[in-house]
Unconditional design. Structure first.
Length: 518
């Protein structure tokens, strides 16, 4: 058996080196286990002739990727040593593949030194490009110590790496920004939830709403404000600080990012090194444009550093009819509004959506609230944080979801004595819970929508939810939920619909609805 397998993979070495041959070899090698690659394919590579080695460079790439995914930590030094030795190979292609693989296996100071040595020796422009690409990922103090020959892109990455280790920077959430002339605040949300964001922002005396469009509420400051002031609202998804003006070119974007007003804001809200990442929203991969813009910004202001790893700011670039609109978004992790979300489950509710649903419920005193599909508990927690809650009930078919809900409830500081979580089908609530007919004042839920998790008969499930609400709710009680059924609409004679709004649920619309028990 071993001999047959050897002949099979030995055939990879003898293929003609043309076109997509490397990609095909890599695809086949990529399917092997790490043990197979390291114990069989690497020794075979080492014993091969120079010509065979050059033909099978795809192995080097496979080693870097597969080791990063499931290699043993105890083998890290050996893998790095093997790749470092390949940097001295007489064949330039082998050296290129080795330098590209090194960052994937945790390259450090020794590897940085090797790459710098090779960079000083080589006269091959293509090899220099691959060397600097590799250094961009691992460059540090040794790179900064080199005099001349280091591209600005690599210098910036080295500065960012050193800063990340020594002075990573944090967002100063409570620092006041006094000079806010021309600055706009962009609250982004799901399309359809803008009214809830407007309501919250209008309640903030430091902000004034000036415009709302699909998924976006724009405000302007009315006085000095802090980042924390922006996070008093709970219904938005992200918030960005937008300097005045739109950019038609990358040069104009760089000027906006390095303008005195932008720098003053970044300095006010940042303690330590200002590090940012760039995201061309909705444009897919824009590596060339990102690199060009980052280099333009660095040339004009070396104080702020492009660094996609653990950056504290994100420069989100949104396309408009007039040009690109830049938003500087503080990357607060965890989101201070939802730091209770310590456990999650697949298809769990998005907390800002849960916050919108809780506001729509219009809580009264001594509410008894039930979420029939409680998931990780976001809707129940958002209601509890608004106050006026007497009892919380959560049911779900998933035991994992109930564990997450209990954990998150505790993290939110909600009294566990007012909460009951039971694993059961919501239709059998009377058998398994303390809920009684006519005892619930609010049912609130984001039920399965049939997108991520297939539902055999979604219409029947939602119809059963209406039937259950008609019995479990007291007169005047409310049902607030996300309704995935569009047409024909479902309802119940005992329930009156008081609110309906189509909401974008990440690519498809559902109805955010509120019903009242007659």
């Amino acid at each position: 058996m071993v001999l047959k397998e050897d002949r099979r993979y030995h055939g990879l070495w003898m293929e003609k080196d043309n076109g997509n041959a490397d990609k095909e070899r890599y695809r086949k090698l990529r399917q092997l286990t790490w043990k197979r690659l390291w114990e069989e394919e690497v020794p075979r590579f080492d014993m091969a002739t120079p010509g065979e080695r050059a033909t099978n460079v795809a192995l080097i790439r496979a080693v870097g990727v597969v080791f990063a995914e499931n290699g043993k930590a105890s083998q890290n030094a050996d893998v790095r040593r093997w790749l470092r030795a390949l940097l001295d190979d007489p064949h330039e292609k082998i050296r290129r593949y080795a330098m590209a693989a090194l960052p994937k296996v945790g390259a450090g100071r020794e590897e940085e030194k090797d790459l710098l040595t090779l960079l000083q020796k080589t006269g091959n422009d293509r090899e220099k490009k691959f060397l600097t690409d590799a250094l961009d990922k691992i460059a540090g103090e040794q790179t900064l110590a080199v005099e001349g020959g280091i591209p600005p892109q690599t210098e910036q990455k080295a500065l960012a790496s050193v800063a990340r280790a020594q002075n990573p920077g944090v967002i100063q959430k409570h620092q006041l920004l006094h000079d806010f002339r021309g600055l706009k605040i962009h609250f982004r949300t799901r399309r359809g939830l803008e009214p809830f964001v407007v309501e919250e922002v209008q309640a903030n005396p430091k902000l004034r709403v000036i415009e709302q469009t699909g998924g976006l509420v724009i405000a302007e400051p009315t006085g000095p404000f802090t980042v924390s002031d922006l996070y008093t609202a709970r219904c938005f998804g992200t918030v960005g600080l937008a300097p005045s003006g739109e950019a038609a070119t990358l040069e104009e974007s760089a000027r906006i990012m390095t303008s005195p007003a932008t720098l003053q804001m970044l300095r006010a809200f940042t303690k330590g090194t200002i590090r940012y990442r760039i995201d061309f929203v909705s444009k897919g991969h824009q590596r060339g444009a990102i690199k060009q813009l980052a280099n333009l910004v660095f040339a004009q202001c070396p104080e702020i550093l492009n660094d996609p790893r653990e950056a504290i700011w994100s420069v989100d670039i949104h396309s408009t009819k007039r040009g690109d609109l830049l938003e500087l978004r503080p990357r607060l992790k965890p989101d201070p509004r939802f730091d209770y979300r310590v456990k999650d489950i697949p298809a769990a509710s998005h907390p800002p959506l849960a916050a919108c649903m809780a506001r729509l419920a219009d809580l009264q005193n001594d509410e008894t609230i039930w979420d029939p599909f409680c998931g990780a508990g976001a809707e129940l927690i958002e209601c509890a944080l608004l106050g006026r809650v007497k009892k919380l009930h959560g049911t779900d078919l998933s035991g994992e979801a109930l564990v997450a809900a209990k954990t998150n409830l505790a993290a939110a500081g909600v009294d566990p004595l007012i909460a009951e979580f039971v694993r059961c089908d919501f239709r059998d609530y009377k058998k398994h819970t303390n809920i009684r007919h006519g005892s619930v004042s609010l049912m609130i839920s984001n039920p399965p929508l049939g997108m991520r998790i297939p539902i055999p008969n979604l219409r029947e499930l939602i119809n059963d939810l209406f039937e259950t609400a008609a019995v479990a709710l007291k007169p005047g009680g409310r049902l607030v939920f996300i309704n995935p059924i569009k047409s024909p609409a479902l309802s119940h004679p005992a329930l009156r619909r008081d609110y309906h709004q189509a909401v974008d649920m990440s690519g498809f619309d559902c109805g955010l609805e509120k019903f009242v028990k007659l």
